[in-house]
Structures are given as C-alpha cells and as structure tokens.
Design a protein around this ligand. Structure first.
Ligand code: SAM
Ligand code: SF4
Length: 374
C-alpha cells in the first residue's frame, strides 16, 4: 500500500493565477490537528458525497449524449464504506452536514440503506440530496422514512421540448411528479437548481421563478460552469449572474436578502412582483455565480467522489484516494490525515474569475460534473 504522509509541496494552477499569495507552508506539522482546514484558513464542514457516477439523463452541460465509461461496481464505495467516510468526517474532522449526490443518486439500488445507516449513526445530522427527480415520485416517502432531511431538484425547463433538448430524455412529467411527491413527503424546504443556456431556456427564467414561488420552492440559478464532458462551454455563451438578474427584473423586483449568506454558494434575493408601488415579498431566489462572482474565499465544501477520492474543489486537477487505503485496512487516524492533507492544498481560487476565461490561464479539469458529484 502506498501511503502519502508528507504535505504536497506543489502549488496548483489556480494558485498560480490567483495573484499574490501568502507563502504556502510545506511542513506537514503545520496541518492543524483537527478539522479540514486549508492554507488560507477556510474550514470545510459541508461534505458532498457522490454515491454513483451513472445517470439516467444526459444534460448537455454535463454529460455527452452517449454517456461516459461508467465505473465498475467494485470501484464504487459500498454503503458501509460511505458510512465509514461520513463517520470519519463527522466524528473526527468537523463535518456538520452531508449532501448525497452523483451522477444520479436515485439510480443507486441501496440508496435507502445508505441513508438509513447514516441516519442511525447520526440522528440529528442534516442529510440532503441533489437529484434530477426521475423516479422520485415512487421513492419520496421511503427517502423521508429512511431519514433524508431535504432535497434539491435540478430542473431547467417546464416545457417538454426544451426539457428534452437539454436532458436528451423525455422525462419532464416524471420530474414534476417527483418534486410534488417530495413536497408531500415532507422533504422540504425544497430547492430547485436551474442552469440557463443561451437561446434554449434563458427566456424561461421568470416563468421558472413564478412556478417555484407558487409552490414555495426556493429556485437557484447556477451559472453554467466549464465542467461538461464535451468541453463545449465558452465564456461568451454562458449566461452570467448579471444577465440572470436582468432577465428576472423584467417581471420582478429583486432586493438583496438581508439574511447572512453564511458560506452559502447562492446569493439570495427577496422577490416582489413588479407592480406600481411594489407588491408583497413573494419569496426568494438564489443565484450561484461560480464563474463571474466566485465565492471561493468563503468555501466550506469538501467532496468525495463515488470511487472514494477527496476533491478539495470542483475544479481541482488533483484528488486523493481514501477508498484504497480504507480497503487496505487504514486506521481512522491515517484516513483522517490523508483527507486533511488533501484539503490543506485546496487552491485559493478556481482561476475562472480572471479575465479571459477561455484563455490558457484556466484549464478545464478532466472530470465532468457527474464524475465529481456536484
Ligand atoms: N444528477 C443530479 C442532479 O442533476 O441534480 C445530481 C448530480 S448533478 C452533477 C448536480 C448539479 O450539478 C445539478 O444541479 C446540475 O444542474 C449541476 N451541473 C451539472 N453540470 C453543470 C455545469 N456544467 N455547470 C453548472 N452546473 C452544473
Ligand atoms: Fe445527470 Fe445531473 Fe449530470 Fe444531468 S446534471 S446529466 S441529471 S448528473
């Protein structure tokens, strides 16, 4: 078993474009004894665990039409291995909330078991899940009973044709039924994630907001990031946060939400109808401006891929294997150390916020979003 115990001495590409940096310590003794802390003082408490790389949709901004070479089953963490990682995070490393993701977590046959064993181990831990909601209608009650706290559903269009163009699958009806079932099962507050694509669903943004507000869901628009397997993303084509605010402002008045952001990726706005004298507050909307208004400075996330590798950042070009050592019998102490070291070298910023974006300054990671766990 090859175990790495020294601190990596490299600087990452994102660091190199991040301007002047404080010197990065290279002595492993400087890794704090507790918690998932990085060289810039950020502490990761929000764990995203990918349960599977497979998915039943083919969203154009994420997956290629033909899918990807899926991981062999034995390469993916088992339910017990997921629990061991979550235990390590919560009991030893300061993780305070867990989000299950993928690929598509609903595709995983033992999803209920995974949730149940985490819930039994941690009765009060917030456990959420990000899902495309295909098949959720039948599973929502079971997920709630197993101990899931709440869900985020990804939904980019309310029109069958547009939905099909974006996901390459005709499942809009299933997704809508799934969201309603989740609400009925008590898996709220429900957040809806939408990615806007120029000329495809950007015009739908006020309609999506109206739909979410009527149902009491919190809609969050996510800027399209260069994390598609097809490498088709361009800075010119993506819809920016500023454009999203403009699109919504045609029908609504947005005011910055007075509640503290508290490390959340979404900047939240209170929404009022655009009426003479303004109407009452209808709800709120979030904008996750990862590309044009990045929030790396206050990032609290740590990610584990389906094959048990730590990714300190969505845009990391390096990851650290936990599952191999875990299967070889590594102690919690050693696994914790590996995880801490992986987080210690988290880049200061992803590098996309520097002008150019499609210039050589920013290099798209090899993994696409479904292979990381968004
Ligand atoms: N399959 C589940 C789903 O779609 O909700 C969970 C995994 S998916 C990778 C998690 C989130 O990543 C989704 O909300 C999706 O819209 C978002 N996503 C995927 N590719 C993206 C990209 N290139 N830019 C921005 N968001 C992306
Ligand atoms: Fe699947 Fe989610 Fe990627 Fe869409 S965004 S292809 S639903 S993993």
């Amino acid at each position: 078993m090859a175990l790495y115990l020294g601190l990596p001495k490299r600087r990452t590409r994102a660091d190199s474009v991040a301007g002047s940096l404080p010197p990065a310590p290279v002595d492993r003794n400087t890794v704090p004894a507790a918690g998932l802390v990085d060289r810039y003082g950020r502490r990761a408490t929000d764990l995203r665990v990918s349960l599977i790389d497979k998915c039943n949709l083919r969203c154009t901004y994420c997956m290629p039409a033909e899918g990807l070479p899926w991981l062999p089953k034995q390469a993916v963490m088992s339910a017990e291995e997921v629990l061991r990682i979550v235990r390590l995070g919560v009991d030893i490393l300061g993780v305070r909330e867990v989000r299950l993701t993928g690929g598509e977590p609903l595709v995983r046959a033992d999803l209920l078991e995974i949730i149940e064993i985490i819930r039994t181990a941690f009765p009060t831990l917030p456990i959420s899940m990000t899902t495309n909601a295909v098949g959720l209608e039948e599973k929502a009650e079971g997920l709630k009973s197993a101990g899931l706290t709440r869900i985020n559903v990804s939904l980019d269009s309310l029109h069958e044709e547009t939905f099909r163009a974006l996901t390459r699958r005709p499942f809009l009806g299933q997704v809508l039924a799934g969201v309603e079932a989740a609400a009925a099962a008590g898996l709220g507050p429900i957040k809806i994630n939408a990615v806007l694509m120029r000329g495809i669903n950007d015009v739908e943004s006020p309609g999506l907001l109206a739909w979410a507000l009527e149902r009491g869901f919190e809609l969050r628009f996510i800027e399209q990031m260069p994390l598609d397997a097809d490498h088709g993303w361009t800075r010119r084509e993506m819809i920016t946060a500023s454009e999203i605010r403009e699109l919504l402002s045609m029908e609504y008045v947005l005011t910055p939400d007075p509640r503290a952001r508290d490390g959340a990726p979404a900047e939240r706005f209170e929404v009022k109808a655009r009426l003479p004298g303004n109407g009452p507050v209808l709800g709120s909307v979030g904008i996750i401006a990862s590309v044009t208004e990045p929030f790396c400075r206050d990032c609290r996330r740590t990610r584990i891929t389906a094959e048990g590798r730590v990714m300190s950042c969505l845009f990391s070009r390096e990851d650290v294997d936990l599952l191999g050592p875990l299967r070889d019998g590594a102690s919690d102490e050693l696994l914790g150390r590996l995880w801490q070291e992986a987080m210690w070298v988290k880049p200061r910023a992803h590098g996309m916020d520097h002008a150019g974006l499609d210039t050589p300054q920013f290099v798209q990671p090899d993994r696409n979003m479904s292979a990381i766990g968004g």
